[in-house]
Design a protein. Structure first.
Lengths: 145, 77, 145, 77
């Protein structure tokens, strides 16, 4: 299991691929579900120039680990990867990558979604959007639907 | 050992400080911690709080040396 | 949209990443959900040496396109990628990669799963497992759960 | 133009052929196509069938020149 908070840009598919090789479990898993969240140039308003991600060092890692452990207990997973950016991001930059490996697809899909929803509702990260002439905090995340 | 208080995101900007320390007194709750360090500003209804990096409710008792944090709804991912 | 049936080994994350760059849509999507199915060394029995994937050329492409079009109509997706192996595979080899890009995570998760379930129930592919001393056709896919 | 018939996977092995052709006769259904090319073997209950690469049921009428395929449940992905 790898959980990391990253202060600079990352290439999610390179990370997922490297983690999978390091697992050295080829043939053991039949399913890998991945979710990558990226910075959009729009949210409630168009014209986002930058996104600043703040977090609570210590508590964030603690909750990501807790969520990952919950997923590992609830589904028969071989491994799990969670990466999350902090700092200043720009449109197109990856924010979050979650990848889960399992023997079967049901567990992979369900646990990947579980980790994302729990991360969004419990992990202490906050987004601030910078537009051309102003900046504002994102007040809440969009619903799962 | 004093109680250490932390503020994050919009709350940090509203209070114009990222933290504070205060002396522990017996029976103190998270709400009382807020009252002593917020400079008279009411706690926004949607405020989340944690003691020693674990979510708690407003009535949670604190102990000497605890780390108490206040922050708005989280918006990661 | 890219749909391809591949006769030789592929690296799914390289393909997903290359497709995403070629989309040239950085900042337009906030979510990419991916599913990679790989050859296990076990299914109902342990000791799978090889998996042979047969398909119905023409009909397979037709149904993958149909399923992809259904997903694009049902959810607000920016793009969609489906890759599927045929021929002889070995434990660890990727079989299928599905990736979908959308503004929001709900559409990405739901449509990725939809494409996988429909592919498994409608696209004409057949698996034959080779063990040390015998080979046998897989009679049916596992349920979604 | 004859009707072209294809068999796949286990069915191809059972029938020991990957296809056949047969002359069209008016009113012919997919079931009748099977009967004429299967050498007396009953169609397994779970057999799927397609005409011109589109799923159909056993009673589907065929037309001259159609491609008719028979195969077991699909197991891709």
């Amino acid at each position: 299991m790898r959980i990391a908070i990253l202060g600079s840009s990352f290439e999610p598919y390179t990370e997922v691929s490297a983690h999978e090789r390091a697992m050295n479990a080829a043939g053991k898993f039949g399913a890998c579900a991945t979710f990558i969240g990226s910075t959009r140039e729009f949210n409630l308003q168009d014209g986002i120039h930058a996104l600043t991600l703040e977090h609570y060092p210590g508590m964030t890692e603690r909750y990501l680990k807790l969520i990952a452990d919950e997923a590992m207990q609830r589904w028969p997973l071989l491994d799990l990867l969670i990466l999350h950016r902090v700092g200043e991001l720009h449109p197109g930059d990856p924010i979050v990558a979650v990848a889960v490996w399992s023997a079967h697809r049901g567990a992979a899909f369900d646990s990947c979604r579980y980790v994302m929803e729990e991360l969004k509702s419990r992990a202490p990260f906050w987004k601030k959007e910078t537009f051309e002439n102003h900046a504002s905090w994102v007040d809440k995340n969009t619903e799962a639907g | 050992m004093p109680i250490s208080v932390k503020f994050f995101a919009r709350l940090r900007e509203t209070l114009q400080r990222d933290g504070a320390t205060l002396d522990y007194s017996p029976g103190m709750t998270v709400t009382q911690v807020w009252q002593q360090v917020s400079g008279g500003i009411d706690m926004p209804d949607n405020t989340l709080m944690a003691v020693n990096m674990e979510y708690v409710t407003r009535t949670q008792a604190v102990r000497d040396g605890d780390e108490v944090a206040f922050f708005p709804p989280v918006t990661g991912g």
